[in-house]
Design a protein around this ligand. Structure first.
Ligand SMILES: *Cc1c(COP(=O)(O)O)cnc(C)c1O
Length: 353
C-alpha cells in the first residue's frame, strides 16, 4: 500500500483527495553489520532508492500531487537537481497531467534525466545553477497557474515525515542518531517533524540527534552563509541557498545534533565502502552521511555502540557515470575455459592478499 493509505490518519487528506498511489514508501530498513562493525556502532540504512522513482522524493510528491489534483491543478512545474523532476514526472504521468521540469544544464545525473524524459515531462535545461532554476520555476508557476511541487510546497515535507514513522515502527523506537544528507534541507526538517510527532503521540519514547551532512563545496549550513557557486560530485545536494535552512537549523539545535561537511573524495570513498561492505549501491549524495560517520570516527567523535540510521536517499543506478569513473572495467577474455580459470585464480589471489 502507498503512504496515503498506510498513514491516512496522519496526513491532511479529505474525502475529495484523489487516491494517488505508486506504492511508494514502506522501504526496507537494512542492517549493515559489516559497515557498522568497522565504525563500532549499530548501523542501519533506510533504502529510499527502493521507492518507485528511485529516491525518497516520492514520499512528498505523492501527497503534493494528490493535493494539487484536489485543487484542480492542470499541470505541474518544478526545479530540480534531478530526483524531484524524476518523481514529479512520474506522478504526473500516472495522473495524466503535463509536467514541466527545470534542471541546471549539464549538472544532472544521467539516470535522472533519462527518467524525466521517459515519463514524458517537458524537460528544460537552464543555463544557471539550481537556485536560479528554482526562482524561474516559481515565477512561471505564478504566471501560468501550474502547481509548484518543489519542497516550498508544504505537502512535500509533510509526506516525507512518513520515513521517520517507518523507522520508529521498524526499530520499536527512534535511533540514537539520524544521519542524513542535506541539500535544500527539506528532508532533515521533515524527519525531525516526523520524529517529534511520534514522540508526542506516544509512538516513540525518544527523538534522535539529527546529524546533517553537506558536501564541502555546497555547505551553507556548516559555514553559516550562502554558497554562491555550489560545486560537488553529489549533484543531488549541490545547493547554495537551502529553501528550508531555518527549519533545518531548528531541527539540529532542538535535537542536539550537528551539521558537518565532507569532501567529494570522502563521499566517493564512502560510496565504495557502502557497496563493497554493505551490498548497497546508493548515489553519491546518499553517501555523505556515511562519509561523515567515517570522519567523526577518525576524530573520536562517534560514540561507541550507538544505534545510527542513515537515510540512503537515492539509488546508485541514477548516476552511472560517477560510479564508472571510480571503478575498474570488466576483465575481458577470449572464449576459452583456460582464459576464464586464469582470470578467476588471479582474482582469488588478489582477494587473499
Ligand atoms: C533531494 C535529495 C537530497 C537532498 O534532500 P533535501 O531535502 O534537499 O535536503 C539528498 N539525496 C538525494 C538522493 C536527493 O534526491
Amino acid at each position: 500500500m502507498g503512504i496515503l493509505v498506510r498513514y491516512a490518519s496522519l496526513l491532511p487528506l479529505t474525502a475529495s483527495t484523489p487516491p494517488v498511489n505508486l506504492e511508494e514508501g514502506s522501504t526496507p530498513l537494512a542492517a549493515l553489520p559489516r559497515v557498522g562493525e568497522r565504525l563500532g556502532i549499530e548501523l542501519w540504512g533506510k533504502l529510499e532508492g527502493c521507492n518507485p522513482s528511485g529516491s525518497f522524493k516520492d514520499r512528498g510528491m505523492v501527497l503534493a500531487v494528490a493535493k494539487a489534483l484536489e485543487d484542480g491543478a492542470k499541470a505541474l512545474i518544478c526545479a530540480s537537481t534531478g530526483n524531484t523532476s524524476a518523481s514529479a514526472a512520474s506522478y504526473a504521468a500516472a495522473a495524466g497531467i503535463p509536467c514541466f521540469v527545470l534542471l541546471p544544464a549539464g549538472k544532472v545525473a544521467l539516470g535522472k534525466l533519462a527518467q524525466a524524459l521517459m515519463y514524458g515531462a517537458t524537460v528544460i535545461a537552464v543555463r544557471g545553477n539550481f537556485d536560479k532554476a528554482l526562482e524561474l520555476a516559481r515565477q512561471a508557476a505564478a504566471e501560468r497557474g501550474c502547481a509548484m511541487v518543489n519542497s516550498v510546497n508544504p505537502y512535500r515535507l509533510w509526506g516525507q515525515r512518513t520515513g521517520a514513522w517507518e523507522i520508529c515502527e521498524a526499530l520499536g523506537d527512534a535511533p540514537d542518531w539520524h544521519a542524513i544528507p542535506v541539500g535544500n534541507a527539506g528532508n532533515i526538517s521533515a524527519y525531525w517533524a516526523g520524529y517529534t510527532e511520534y514522540k508526542r503521540l506516544g509512538r516513540a519514547a525518544k527523538t534522535p540527534r539529527m546529524m546533517g551532512f553537506q558536501a564541502e563545496g555546497a555547505a551553507p549550513l556548516v559555514t553559516g552563509k550562502p554558497c554562491p557557486a555550489p560545486e560537488t560530485v553529489a549533484t543531488a545536494i549541490r545547493i547554495g541557498s537551502p529553501v528550508s535552512a531555518s527549519l533545518a537549523r531548528a531541527a539540529v539545535s532542538e535535537s542536539g545534533g550537528e551539521f558537518n561537511s565532507v569532501t567529494d573524495e570522502e563521499i566517493l570513498s564512502a560510496q565504495r565502502l557502502l557497496a563493497s561492505l554493505g551490498g548497497i549501491f546508493a548515489e553519491p549524495a546518499s553517501c555523505a552521511p556515511l562519509a561523515g560517520l567515517v570522519k567523526l570516527k577518525a576524530q573520536n567523535r562517534l560514540p561507541e555502540g550507538i544505534k545510527v540510521v542513515m537515510v540512503l536517499t537515492g539509488n546508485g543506478l541514477k548516476d552511472p557515470d560517477t560510479a564508472m569513473g571510480q571503478v575498474g572495467r570488466p576483465l575481458e577474455i577470449g572464449d576459452s575455459l583456460d582464459d576464464l580459470l586464469g582470470v578467476m585464480d588471479n582474482a582469488a589471489r588478489g582477494a587473499a592478499r
